[in-house]
Design a protein around this ligand. Sequence first.
Ligand code: PHE
Length: 362
Amino acid sequence: MKELEKIEKSIIEQLDVVEGLDALEKIRVQALGKKGLITETMRSLAKMELEERKLFGKQINLLKLKITNLINEKRELINGFGLKTKLKSEFLDLSLPADLELDGAIHPISQVIQEVSLIFGEMGFDIADGPDIEDDWHNFTALNIPPEHPARQMHDTFYIEKRDNKKTSDSIDVLRTHTSPVQVRTMISSIPPINIIVPGRTYRSDSDQTHTPMFHQVEGLVIDEKSHMGHLKGCLVEFVKRFFNLDEVNYRFRPSYFPFTEPSAEMDIGCIREGNKIVLKGDQDWLEILGCGMVNPIVLENCGVDSNKYQGFAFGVGIDRIAMLKYGMPDLRSFFESDLRWLRHYGFSQFDFPPNARKGSF
Ligand code: PHE
């Protein structure tokens, strides 16, 4: 008997001070393992008389149970404690102000794409996408710009050899000269009603203060059974007001020509020029910001859309141009020169909301 009490006392003493799972496992092996204290003691039962064996056997089993429970409790304690210390060491106070020393900024183009997407997103438009390398058919022919059409020259197209290099009559691809080929791709792959915008890169062989070989557009396309020029106008006027944060805007829709829209128009906004600066007010001067029109039925048919049933409008906005206007950047070329000083000056903080975001947009 005395023996069992001694064993119990020594194990409990060790358990009281143990720290860590490895040490606990050692104690378990020493007590309950094959050659452990309790197991060894059990072996001595064999040499005992029946009565004594019964009593001793029961006590030793109780001790075994008690120690097993104590070890399990201890293990849970250590695990829990481990979790607590881990949680404590990994604690991150999300309410602290962010480390504004962080380098890097949002490029004005990304910012403007975000702003534009937000405004049209709230109007119910989805965002669509297409490839930068297009074939001639999507970029021109399907949009009612057949070969030899003068509009092809106007686009200063970058022609590139097809990657599969098969020398067929259409072995030439283009870098898309506008985002309009995504109109074609969307009409082919979906059933109206369609409401999409397509922000993306476009390419033309041109470079001066207001042109770069790579630039950005956002295309818009609405196809349903009854959208008309009035909807087009309302949608774009609302967009311009929201984008430039204006309560009132002077605008005009000037008749224009695009092979893929009929009728076509360009939207100008009223402005005054103060030296190098352009201010959006009055009607002294006009600034063209986008092209638009009702989708030409020929284009609908080219894309497998029934032009007797469906109609709609499209528009294309120069993102770089509206970014320059809104944020007062005089030269488009500096957008793409990766000059850190320019980026730091004109870039946006990652933590800013787009200025025209409505409460609850995020
Ligand atoms: N794709 C035209 C351009 O790049 C813009 C446009 C888009 C005009 C859609 C009308 C409709 O100039």
